[in-house]
Design a protein around this ligand. Structure first.
Ligand code: UDP
Length: 354
């Protein structure tokens, strides 16, 4: 196969991290096929990519057999990235069955495609596989503290099962695989209604709405700017010797949710009301990656300082939101949305009408 016939498949390529990865691959001269069901991806992320001559979009859900537009070109794929799954807690809990199936059934379809095509396969897993961690910072050999019955389990256990499937394909010689465990990521192209802490806090601060802190805000996270995350994924895919080991991708700078809120408010330059809301069930108390493996294997570490990344993200949201009043989805919306496919318009409407 000539280089110009080779295709890179990005499942979830219209999503937040996926859209940055697609852009990076296109800039590197790759031909990219993006497969996305648009469940949580934004049309505007896609629109920015569609004008590129080497970009193609196929709308489909990976919980169903892959469509002919994908399988008809099986022999052309040389790289398959799987980023397909709702990833914010309100969104992935809104339809837990679909979340679990996306990770297990969907990953299986993509692994089978990788096997048939001989493509290298990369699974984006998550720091959620560590659950509420007892080891801090989290190293890849830590086995985690995950509830298999709680509301986060559809995602946590789904990703753990996806890792299992992926490594079993590799162990049995069926596919050459890579597994990235992505920690909290933020930046442009996030969905304002995603319900994540960075998007919520920035949108609330921009619109003058009260800022919601779940619990007392002492829980910690470590936030990585999205282009750093996308670059790490690309490097992980291209590194040749890796073995059957997952790799943490994240920024080791840890801060409490309260510190994040203070930073955003300070950067906004005007006072903001802060409102405490109940801590969601099984919300991890601490999270911080050990990235020694990524540094050693990929020669990678985050390049973007938190302040610079937050500033760029605030500017992007300000531009994106214009003069509109912002209504964000929160975990409180969950009960009303349980067992419903998350549709942004529904979430905004219900949140607005209470
Ligand atoms: N959080 C918060 N206010 C919000 C949204 C989230 O205090 O408006 C908290 C949430 O409870 C968690 C942390 O911020 O402790 C990060 O939440 P996020 O949903 O961004 O991702 P997670 O790391 O929990 O998957």
């Amino acid at each position: 196969m000539s280089r110009s016939d080779r295709l890179t498949l990005v499942a979830g390529g219209a999503g937040f991290i996926g859209s940055h990865l697609c852009r990076m691959l296109l800039d590197a001269g790759e031909r990219v096929v993006c497969l996305d069901n648009m469940q949580t991806s934004r049309a505007s992320n896609l629109a920015a990519l569609l004008s590129h001559e080497n970009f193609e979009f196929v709308q489909a859900d990976i919980t169903a057999p892959l469509p002919s537009a994908i399988v008809s070109r099986t022999r052309q794929y040389h790289r398959i990235y799987n980023l397909a799954c709702a990833a914010s807690p309100p969104r992935y809990q809104a339809d837990p069955e679909h979340t679990m199936l996306t990770n297990v059934v969907g990953t299986n379809y993509l692994l089978r495609l990788a096997e048939a095509s001989g493509a290298r396969f990369l699974l984006t897993s998550t720091s959620e596989v560590y659950g509420d961690p007892e080891m801090h910072p989290q190293r890849e050999d830590y086995r985690g503290n995950v509830s298999c019955t709680g509301p986060r389990a559809c995602y946590d256990e789904g990703k753990r099962a996806a890792e299992t499937l992926t490594f079993d394909f590799a162990r049995n010689g069926r596919a050459d695989v890579r597994v990235a465990r992505i920690f909290n990521t933020y930046g442009p192209n996030m969905d304002p209604d995603d319900g994540r802490v960075v998007s919520n806090v920035i949108c609330q601060a921009l619109s003058g709405n009260p800022i919601t802190i779940y619990g007392d805000g002492s829980q910690t996270r470590s936030f990585c700017y999205v282009t750093d995350t996308a670059e790490a994924l690309r490097r992980l895919m291209e590194v040749d010797e890796i073995g059957l080991e997952p790799v943490n991708i994240g920024n080791p700078r840890e801060l409490t949710v309260r510190e994040l809120v203070d930073l955003v408010v300070k950067m906004m330059g005007r006072p903001a009301e802060v409102r405490n809301a109940p801590l969601p069930v099984d919300d991890p108390r601490r999270r911080k990656p050990n990235i020694d493996r990524a540094k050693a294997l990929l020669g990678w570490e985050p390049a973007t300082e938190l302040e610079a990344g937050i500033q760029a993200t605030m500017n992007w949201f300000a531009n994106e939101l214009g003069e509109d009043v912002v209504v964000t989805a929160t975990v409180d919306d969950l009960d009303r949305h349980r067992r419903k496919r998350p549709a942004t318009s529904d979430i905004v409407r219900e949140a607005a009408t209470g």
